[in-house]
Write a protein that binds this ligand. Sequence first.
Ligand code: HSE
Length: 339
Amino acid sequence: MKHKIGILGFGTVGQGISEILLDKKEYLKKKYGFKFDIVAVADFIFGNVYNPKGLNIPQLLKEAKAGKKFTQDVVDWDNKKIIQKSNTTVWCELTYTDLNTGGPAIDHVKTALKSGKHVITSNKGPAALFYPEMKKLADKNNIKFMIEGTVVAGTPVINLTEGPLAGCEISKIRGILNGTTNYMLTEMEKGMSYEDVLKVAQEKGYAEADPTGDVEGYDARGKVTILANIVMGAGIKIADVACKGITGIKPKDIETAKKQNKRWKLIGSVEKKAGKITASVGPEMIDLGHPLAGVMGAINALTFTTDLLGDVTIVGPGAGKIETGFAILTDLLAIHRNS
Ligand code: HSE
């Protein structure tokens, strides 16, 4: 079967997965029998394009990188129509995250699932706010709603707990869940100013469209909510997660930590105690000898405390164009294996 892929949002991640699919087309076919065309792209800046036989992706990438509107295969269909009427079999929802309403992504996800098309997303809005409803809708239509890219980019987290760690009960998850702030704290320790390093994090594609979500801890709070609900079955809302960001950390605080042989990290945690699950996000001074203290730059790390294996830690990239694009690829391949 040939997968007919649609992409909603041709920003950092949309371009990332497109580049990966372009570069690896032959490898994916040879190694996994994974054949595909990218037939639809919908972007609120560049426009909506559709070609049932496959779009000219190098051309789209060239135009998007130059900040120009798409010129080939342009359609005047809105997002709802392109999702429903195209010959797509799977949609990658990669628009910006809104953790208050989940929109506009949640409308895209619902429309695609109701049309019997798989959905893969790195957008935390639908996953943090509406996962149970979307999973139910997908199950009802015998299709997949996949969200590996919502937590720690392509570094396996959801897949790890649902695959290799299945059978272990997880009582605690603790770690660094936001690449932007970990990168900022790393560079601020070397002497760079908060404003300058935030600008670099945006240029590198780590930060959200509105970086307030990163520095205030809201992005990490969304991920903590997803982990609490999907991995630990907590049934909590975003508002239940206590949250503090890194905006209050000043050069003098970094010096204080250094003097105590410590380092600031923004830590997200979910813990089950006496049957009750609590979750939080906040900056902590970590001893330099602690494994999390050595995790620098845009790298993330999560430790799962399990009943059968004790602590299992995964460390890897938590943000970035190719790193998050890879998460979309893993979900595409999972859909392919199931098809
Ligand atoms: N802004 C996020 C981060 C991107 O810095 O971790 C990945 O969710």
